[in-house]
Design a protein around this ligand. Structure first.
Ligand SMILES: [Zn+2]
Length: 178
């Protein structure tokens, strides 16, 4: 039986094997590096194949995100008009790939919002939820009752929170709140 030769793992890739991880392989960018999370039991050949697959997938995601910052800003305006008319217009809304422990973030001082590219593979109503969440921070930085009242004007807020909790629990990442 002829095995195809192993391709070396590129130097910018960090592999993290986990005994807790059973089947799933996932990857994310961390600055200039790529972290690939995989089950402990995979062979070297499987590891090499998975790294190749995940790098291709991330590249596809990135080329998609290059064109969609504009759409994201337009979507934020739409959601703000519909659910949060008192919220100031965000100055910028963009995808970022270096934010792996948070789904989104907001800087009220310059009215900028950033969303993790990890959301790009999720349903649109989940992305909308994160936008509504970050838009609400433009008037209420804290996670207090007034803040949650704003967020829960979005009809699928509770469902989206459950979805994101599920994703966090499934990946071995220790995702913080956003
Ligand atoms: Zn928040």
């Amino acid at each position: 039986m002829a095995d195809s030769p192993l391709r070396p793992i590129p130097p910018h890739v960090d592999i993290r094997r986990s005994k807790r991880r059973k089947r799933t392989v996932s990857a994310y960018r961390d600055g200039d590096r790529v972290v690939v999370l995989m089950p402990d039991r995979l062979s070297a050949a499987e590891e090499a194949r998975w790294v190749e697959t995940m790098l291709a997938r991330l590249e596809k995601q990135r080329s998609r995100s290059r064109v969609s910052d504009e759409k994201l800003l337009a979507r934020a305006h739409e959601l703000a008009c519909r659910h949060l008319p008192e919220v100031p217009e965000p100055a910028s809304v963009r995808w970022v790939s270096n934010q792996n422990r948070r789904w989104g973030s907001c800087t009220p001082a310059d009215r900028s919002i950033r969303l993790s590219t990890r959301l790009q593979s999720m349903p649109a109503w989940v992305v909308d939820y994160v936008l509504v969440h970050e838009l609400s921070h433009l008037i209420e930085p804290a996670h207090n009752a007034a803040f949650w009242a704003l967020v829960h004007r979005y009809p699928k807020a509770e469902r989206a929170e459950g979805y994101l909790e599920g994703v966090s629990a499934a990946s071995s990442l220790d995702l913080e709140d956003f």
